[in-house]
Design a protein around this ligand. Structure first.
Ligand SMILES: Cc1cc2nc3c(=O)[nH]c(=O)nc-3n(C[C@H](O)[C@H](O)[C@H](O)COP(=O)(O)OP(=O)(O)OC[C@H]3O[C@@H](n4cnc5c(N)ncnc54)[C@H](O)[C@@H]3O)c2cc1C
Length: 77
């Protein structure tokens, strides 16, 4: 009989787990409470604009001010 597995959460961890299991022939169902997949690496849509929920947010100031991330970090520490 084919094995069946439920994965809770479609973040990188859940998706990787589901893909590895499915690749081994397991019947996988992924349950996600949000309307989109990706977890903390997904995006938020506000009107016509999209914002990454991941690292871009942390680095945005350095990127827009053309300062290096390390220069920015050393001033804030
Ligand atoms: C600002 C920021 C910057 C980051 N930068 C990096 C980086 O540069 N490099 C890096 O490797 N990592 C980075 N990370 C970390 C990375 O995003 C997380 O390590 C990764 O998303 C964890 O994956 P996960 O699948 O374990 O959890 P999550 O991404 O949190 O996904 C969990 C999912 O489970 C769902 N869920 C939870 N409970 C339930 C439930 N009861 N029923 C159904 N669904 C449920 C959630 O909605 C979510 O979609 C960053 C994170 C943040 C916030």
């Amino acid at each position: 009989m084919k094995q069946r597995v439920a994965v809770i959460g479609a973040g990188p961890g859940g998706l990787a787990c589901a893909m590895l299991l499915a690749g081994r022939g397991v019947d996988v169902t992924v349950y996600e409470k949000q309307p989109i997949v990706g977890g903390r690496t997904s995006r938020v849509q506000v009107g016509d604009y999209q914002f990454d929920r991941g690292p871009t947010f942390l680095n945005a100031y350095a990127a827009y001010s053309r300062k290096s991330f390390y220069e920015y970090r050393s001033k804030t520490e």
